[in-house]
Design a protein around this ligand. Structure first.
Ligand code: GDP
Ligand code: MG
Ligand code: K
Length: 293
């Protein structure tokens, strides 16, 4: 099969997140083994009969205003690009700006092939204007392919998927089917929950408390996350849960807000508290004695 890594780039608001969501919007669960792409933050994986495409974040390519930072940022970006099979440059069909131009300039630093996605074509009412626009944008660089589409209307996604999968190298799948969420995301979720626990428990925080994300399902436009807070004794469990579950509920509510801010997606967060001595690696066992919020 074919399997490879794609970095989605482009200025803010062109529809990168929307595109990613429609491409990988399917049931998934947490990656529990060491990913092969540790240097990248994995945003999602497209599983398709023609191949697997792992989408990664490229913080180094984000536009910075300060000129002094440019050099360092370019170096970071060059590092992040290592091992990426394709760059997917997303633009808004209704607007080409200086920021787009700046991203395009950055791309000239890399040998990696670049595919161009001209998004939001639903905004072009007069379809006769589409072809000249495609020609104009396509001429800006030697692109591997140019695909006009609408992430919002989900139009011409198959065209893009065909281009992407056919350009991935031959090889085994990088990730098992049904797994897309990277270590970094689940780690960040656990950290957010920990921080909210610290806030809500004040001095009472049992220091040996740990948070583990047990389930991370991307379900359409929403993430379903289950995390367990592990403590050492029954008494600590009572503290974490609070009176009538008030503490756990407050932790869950504020953690959910932060997670949604981070992922830019809706999130359903289920928190459990379990005593470590009862702990088992078996998730089904956990469900039996874990307390559901
Ligand atoms: P990002 O900043 O590049 O990640 O862009 P987002 O995915 O957050 O999208 C920015 C805005 O553009 C949001 O309001 C989206 O709903 C909108 N948008 C994304 N794709 C399309 C599209 O194909 N057509 C239209 N009309 N709007 C879109
Ligand atoms: Mg975004
Ligand atoms: K966004």
């Amino acid at each position: 099969m074919r399997s490879g890594i794609v970095a989605i780039i482009g200025r803010p608001n062109v529809g990168k997140s929307s595109l990613l969501n429609v491409l990988v919007g399917q049931k998934v669960s947490i990656v529990s083994h060491k990913p092969q792409t540790t240097r990248h933050r994995i945003q999602g994986v497209l599983h398709h009969p023609d191949g697997q495409v792992v989408f990664v974040d490229t913080p180094g390519l984000h536009i910075v205003q300060k000129k002094a930072l440019n050099r360092a940022m370019n170096d970071t970006a060059a590092g992040a690009m290592h091992g990426v099979d394709l760059l997917l440059f997303v633009v808004d069909s209704s607007r080409w700006t200086d920021e787009d131009e700046a991203v395009l300039q950055r791309l000239s630093n890399f040998d990696t092939p670049v595919g161009l996605v001209i998004n939001k074509i639903d905004k072009i009412v007069d379809k006769e204007k589409l072809f000249p626009l495609l020609e104009k944008l396509a001429a800006k660089r030697n692109f591997a392919f140019v695909i006009p589409l609408s992430a919002l209307r989900k139009s011409n996604l198959e065209g893009l998927i065909k281009e992407l999968t056919s350009r991935m190298p031959e090889g085994d799948a990088l990730y098992p089917e049904d797994m897309i969420v990277g270590h970094d995301t689940s780690f960040a979720v656990a950290e957010i929950i920990r921080e909210k626990l610290t806030r809500n428990l004040h001095q009472e925080l049992p220091y040996a408390l740990t948070v583990q994300v047990q389930k991370f399902e991307v379900d359409g436009n929403m993430d379903r996350i289950e995390a367990v807070i592990m403590v050492e004794r029954e008494g600590q469990k009572a503290i974490v849960i609070g009176e009538k579950g008030a503490t756990l509920k407050a932790v869950g509510t504020s953690a959910r807000r932060d997670i949604e801010r981070m992922t830019e997606r809706k999130c359903f967060l289920k928190l459990w508290c379990a005593v470590r001595e009862n702990w088992s690696d078996d998730m089904h066992a956990l469900r039996r004695f874990g307390l559901s919020n």
